[in-house]
Ligand binder design. Structure first.
Ligand SMILES: [Mg+2]
Length: 294
């Protein structure tokens, strides 16, 4: 039983107080029941969205499908989440997608997505819509700029123990998770100072990372693109990080947005951790199964 889950939000959480009490009531009146960690309001929203004509289920990966880990290559979806997501991918009138900050290659290497799952990588700069889908192309100016960014960041990483760089097709990422807090802060501040006013360079801050890109894309644009391309009549999106707010901000009435964790969000619903996303996806699969008749 995780009674604090549904009300995990801070002052920005709309659905917190009422759901805490109902979750607690439920467990005390029926101690033998399965743990209830999704709020009744969220379960009701799942039922509503599952009844739509064509459902797009778009998920962030790290911190949402998968718990956060120190080494990006070790990230794996929780089994319950992977299983329910694959079940949704199999259903008619249902499209699954992952929208990740990872480069597509890196996303595939950790997520093992179902074959027909659409992929948005590099925060929207890379798109995979199936076999034959075109790859990201940079022009000469973008390639030169990318090399210049890398040179600047190499100088910073050399002076900041525990920080490291990751190359992406359209950017370089400064990772600071393994550095001491003050070292991490200084490294990010130094990188911002040299890059933030540079034309053609786009910066994003995440969990102990500073993302640089020579392509101006966001998860919000990725979500809009998927909505159009799939002709979805309702969209589900869940994410844990600040860059996921771009996608949560694009949701429309009738969609369903879920924030993982305690940070500020504009999502209508909030869960505490990736474990609850497994339960959420299982509930969505159950309801969607009912709708599409399998
Ligand atoms: Mg994430």
């Amino acid at each position: 039983m995780i009674p604090e889950q549904a009300g995990a939000g801070g002052p920005d959480s709309n659905d917190s107080s009422a759901n805490d009490s109902s979750a607690n009531d439920s467990s005390s009146s029926d101690p033998g029941a399965a743990p209830l960690s999704l709020s009744p309001a969220l379960l009701e929203a799942v039922r509503r969205v599952a009844a739509t004509d064509h459902l797009l289920v778009a998920m962030d990966f790290d911190g949402t499908m998968a718990p956060l880990v120190d080494h990006a290559a070790d990230s794996r979806a929780l089994p319950h989440s992977a299983e329910a997501f694959a079940g949704l991918a199999d259903l008619p009138r249902t499209t699954t997608a992952l929208i990740s900050g990872r480069a597509l290659d890196s996303l595939r290497a950790v997520a093992f997505p179902p074959e027909n799952t659409l992929l948005i990588g590099s925060h929207g700069a890379e798109v995979w819509m199936g076999p034959g889908s075109s790859e990201l192309m940079l022009d000469d100016a973008q390639r030169d700029l990318l090399a210049a960014i890398r040179t600047e960041l190499e100088g910073i990483v050399d002076l900041a123990p525990g920080t490291l760089l990751e190359d992406k097709p359209a950017g370089v990422v400064l990772h600071t998770r393994l550095a001491d807090d003050d070292v991490a802060e200084d490294a990010v501040a130094a990188a911002r100072a040299v890059l933030q006013d540079r034309a053609g360079v786009f910066l994003k801050t995440g969990h102990r990372v500073l993302e640089t890109s020579v392509v101006n894309a966001t998860k919000g644009e990725g979500l809009d693109f998927l909505r159009q391309a799939t002709a979805a009549t309702a969209v589900v999106f869940a994410g844990d990080d600040t860059t996921d707010e771009d996608a949560l901000g694009r949701l429309l009435p009738g969609d369903l947005g879920v924030k993982v964790g305690l940070d500020f969000t504009q999502a209508e619903f909030r869960v505490e951790s990736p474990v609850h996303i497994g339960e959420f996806l299982a509930a969505l699969l159950r309801e969607r199964n009912g709708t599409v008749g399998r």
